[in-house]
Write a protein that binds this ligand. Structure first.
Ligand code: GKR
Ligand code: MG
Length: 433
C-alpha cells in the first residue's frame, strides 16, 4: 500500500514566492549589480506530505510564467517528463515584457527567447519535483539521476571587479559587505586571496569586460603569478572584437585555462578559435539546443558552460553533457546570482556527469543571505555531494518570508545593471574594444 501510495503520489499545492536577495556592486560589461537581485522560489507539495523546492531567475517574465504555470501542476503526478513542453505552451498565453530585448541582463546568457524563459521556469519545477521525489523515495537527487560519479564537486573562485559600496540613493538599509573595492590587479589578487583563505578555491575566474583589455590581461597575469600552477580564466562577456580577442588570446595562451566569451556570436567565436590554441568557453553563444549545431560544426567553442536553469533542468544538463561528449567539447557550469537551492541542484547534477572537466562557477560567496537553514560551506573549493534525501537542504521559511517581504515592499522587479550604472554615470554606455 505504501509503495502504491508513493507511485501514485500527486501534487496538491504549488507555491511560487518572488524574493529579492542582497547583492554587492559587482561590475560587468552591462554595468553594475544593483543592491537587490530577484529570484523565484518554487515549492511543490504532495498528497503524501512531501515538499520539494526549486529556485530560478525571478525577473518579471520568469515570474509571470512561473505563476501562470503553477496551478496547472496541481493534480499532476511527480513526473518531470514533458514539463518543458507544458511550461512552453503556457508561456504563449503570458504577456511578456522583455523577450529579445537587445540590452538586458538576459543577454549575458544568450537571447532572452520564449524558449529560454520557459526552460528557466521549467527547471525550477523540475528541481522541486526531484526534491520531492527524493524525499518520497528516501534517496538523494543524484541517485534519481542515475547516481553520482564523484563525492564532491569542484567550484572556482569567481572574481569580480567591484566597488566597495553601492552608490548613495538606494535608501538607508542598502546591503553592505567588507570585501572592499577591486579595481586593479593588486585588488583583484587580494580578493582572490580571501576567496582562497575562506573557501579554499583552487581555480579562478575573473569577470572582465569592465576595463580596457590590457588592464584585464594584467590582472589575469597577476593572478597566474600569485597562484602558480592554478587554473585562471577571463570572461569579458563578448566585449571584444575578433582582433582584440586574438591579441588577448596570444597574451594569455600559456597562462589561462580558457578564455570565456571573448567576442559575441558563434561566427566571431569561430574566427577567434581558428587563430588561437587557447580553448574558448561560452555561456553566451551556446545557450540552447538550436545553437549547438553551428557552434560545434565550426569548432567555435571548446567548452560549454551549462546553466541548468536556462538549459531546462537537471536531465537537460545531462543530455547536454552527452552531446558535448560526442563532439569532444568540454563541459562545465555557468552561474548567476543565486542561493543555496540552485547550488544544491548544481552540485547534485554535476556529481552525475563523468565528463565534467573544469571547476564550476558559482556566485554564492557574494551572497550574504540564503533561503536554506544550513547554507553550504566550501572546503578546498569543493562541496560534498549530499546523500540525504532530495537536494539535502531545508527551506528556511522565516528567511523566505523576510526576502519576500523585501520584494513586496520594493519597486525592483528586474535585474538591470545598466540602469544601476547610470545612477552613477548618467552617460555610461556598454563598452566594446
Ligand atoms: O553576475 O555579472 C554577473 C555575470 O556577468 C553573470 O551575469 C554572467 O551571466 O556569470 C555569468 C557569465 O559567466 O557570463
Ligand atoms: Mg560567462
Amino acid at each position: 500500500v505504501e509503495i502504491s501510495a508513493k507511485i501514485n503520489s500527486k501534487i496538491t499545492q504549488v507555491r511560487v514566492t518572488p524574493i529579492l536577495i542582497a547583492d554587492p556592486p559587482l561590475l560587468n560589461i552591462q554595468g553594475v549589480h544593483a543592491p537587490y537581485a530577484p529570484r523565484a522560489i518554487i515549492e511543490v507539495e504532495t498528497d503524501t506530505g512531501e515538499i520539494g523546492v526549486g529556485e530560478t531567475y525571478g525577473d518579471t517574465d520568469y515570474l509571470s510564467v512561473a505563476q501562470a504555470f503553477a496551478p496547472e501542476l496541481v493534480g499532476s503526478p511527480l513526473s518531470v517528463n514533458g514539463l518543458r513542453g507544458r511550461v512552453r505552451a503556457r508561456t504563449e498565453s503570458v504577456e511578456l515584457q522583455r523577450v529579445d530585448a537587445a540590452v538586458d541582463a538576459g543577454g549575458l546568457r544568450g537571447p532572452r527567447s520564449l524558449n529560454k524563459i520557459a526552460c528557466s521556469v521549467a527547471s525550477a519545477f523540475e528541481v522541486a519535483i526531484y526534491d520531492a521525489l527524493g524525499h518520497l523515495a528516501g534517496l538523494p537527487v543524484h541517485a534519481l539521476l542515475g547516481g553520482k560519479v564523484r563525492d564532491d564537486v569542484d567550484f572556482s573562485a569567481y572574481l569580480f571587479y567591484r566597488w566597495a559600496e553601492h552608490p548613495d540613493g538606494y535608501g538607508s538599509d542598502v546591503p553592505h559587505d567588507d570585501w572592499g573595492a577591486a579595481l586593479d590587479p593588486d585588488q583583484v589578487v587580494q580578493q582572490a586571496r580571501r576567496m582562497v583563505r575562506d573557501y579554499g578555491f583552487t581555480s579562478f575566474k575573473l569577470k572582465g569586460g569592465v576595463f580596457p583589455p590590457d588592464q584585464e590581461v594584467a590582472a589575469t597575469k597577476a593572478l597566474a603569478e600569485a597562484f602558480p600552477g592554478r587554473p585562471v580564466r577571463l570572461d569579458p562577456n563578448g566585449a571584444w572584437s575578433v582582433a582584440t580577442s586574438l591579441r588577448v588570446a596570444a597574451e594569455l595562451e600559456s597562462i589561462a585555462e580558457y578564455l570565456e566569451d571573448p567576442t559575441t556570436g558563434t561566427a566571431q567565436m569561430a574566427e577567434v578559435a581558428r587563430g588561437t590554441s587557447l580553448p574558448l568557453a561560452t555561456n553566451m553563444c551556446v545557450t540552447s539546443t538550436e545553437e549547438i549545431s553551428e557552434a560545434f560544426r565550426t569548432d567555435a567553442v571548446q567548452v560549454v558552460l551549462s546553466d541548468h536553469h536556462y538549459w531546462g533542468g537537471l536531465r537537460a544538463t545531462q543530455d547536454l553533457a552527452a552531446i558535448c561528449d560526442a563532439f569532444d567539447v568540454g563541459l562545465s557550469m555557468h552561474s548567476n546570482t543565486h542561493l543555496g537551492i540552485s547550488l544544491a541542484a548544481m552540485t547534485q547534477v554535476a556529481s552525475t556527469i563523468p565528463t565534467l572537466r573544469y571547476a564550476c562557477d558559482t556566485h554564492r560567496p557574494w551572497q550574504t543571505e540564503d533561503v536554506i537553514t544550513t547554507p553550504h560551506v566550501f572546503a578546498d573549493g569543493k562541496l560534498p555531494v549530499t546523500g540525504t534525501p532530495g537536494l539535502g537542504i531545508e527551506l528556511d521559511r522565516d528567511s523566505l518570508q523576510r526576502l519576500h517581504q523585501r520584494w513586496a515592499g520594493s519597486p525592483i522587479r528586474d535585474r538591470d545593471d545598466g540602469v544601476a550604472m547610470r545612477r552613477v554615470h548618467p552617460e555610461w554606455t556598454q563598452p566594446s574594444w
